[in-house]
Ligand binder design. Structure first.
Ligand code: CA
Length: 233
């Protein structure tokens, strides 16, 4: 069923491995005029979440192949503007906290009413449509959708990894990010690989982002990590 309202039917991705819940959620959300696709494991879920039609993800935490936390972490760097609502079991308080800290916008504890899920989805879609897809700082404009970066209005070409590293640093300003946090978020490493890959990429970014007028706004915080050092404009 298509929505007959003024809005187009948003495409919702449900990542959940319990067929009974998928079926119940799919039917419930379709009745509410939303379009729904689903994935039964974390790997497939991440793939589908990167499809541009998907506007919101309902993500179970306990999933085969790739956990909900891992899916969230990847989405955070690859599609940071995509809202994610977590589905969790009653006992998973720590996971909920980690999930919200990790970028999820909301969560629901199982069992839940599908009408409540639909209401929370609509609330998030309203926020997302108002939300920004561009990070603007004094010298920089980072378009998260077209992945274009301008420094003093001059386009800068970045590799995929350089772009993800820049977005991660810029989104978390003014916080200092540890090596471990950056390696986990951008490279997916669960432990420090003991290489200088991060330092190498910081070097690439600094060379590309600096201008004759100023250095790149990435500061090294000794024995901690790095910080993006420019105010929003
Ligand atoms: Ca599950």
């Amino acid at each position: 069923m298509r929505s007959t309202g003024p809005y187009h039917a948003a495409m919702i991705l449900v990542v959940e491995d319990e067929p009974g819940i998928v079926d119940f959620v799919e039917r419930g959300l379709r009745r509410q005029g939303l379009e729904v696709i689903s994935a039964g494991d974390g790997e497939t879920g991440l793939d589908r979440a990167l499809e541009p039609d998907v506007e919101l993800v309902v993500l179970d935490l306990m999933l085969p192949k790739l956990s909900g936390q891992d899916v969230l972490r990847h989405l955070n760097t690859q599609r940071p503007e995509l809202p994610v609502i977590l589905l969790t079991a009653r006992g998973e308080v720590e996971d909920r906290i980690a999930g919200l800290d990790g970028g999820a916008v909301d969560y629901l504890v199982k069992p839940f009413a599908v009408g409540e899920l639909a209401a929370r989805i609509r609330a998030q879609l309203r926020t997302a449509s108002r939300g920004t897809t561009t990070i603007r700082t004094e010298s920089m404009r980072i378009d998260l959708v077209s992945r274009q970066v301008l420094v003093d209005d001059r386009p800068v070409r970045l590799s995929t990894t350089e772009f993800e590293l820049l977005v991660y640093l810029a989104q978390h300003r003014p916080h200092v990010l540890s090596r471990e946090e950056i390696l986990r978020a951008v490279w997916g490493y669960s432990h420090d690989p003991g290489t200088n890959v991060l330092e190498v990429y910081i070097g690439y970014l600094r060379r590309k982002l600096r201008t004759p007028a100023r250095p790149a706004p990435i500061t090294t915080v000794r024995s901690v990590g790095y910080r993006f050092d420019e105010e929003a404009s």
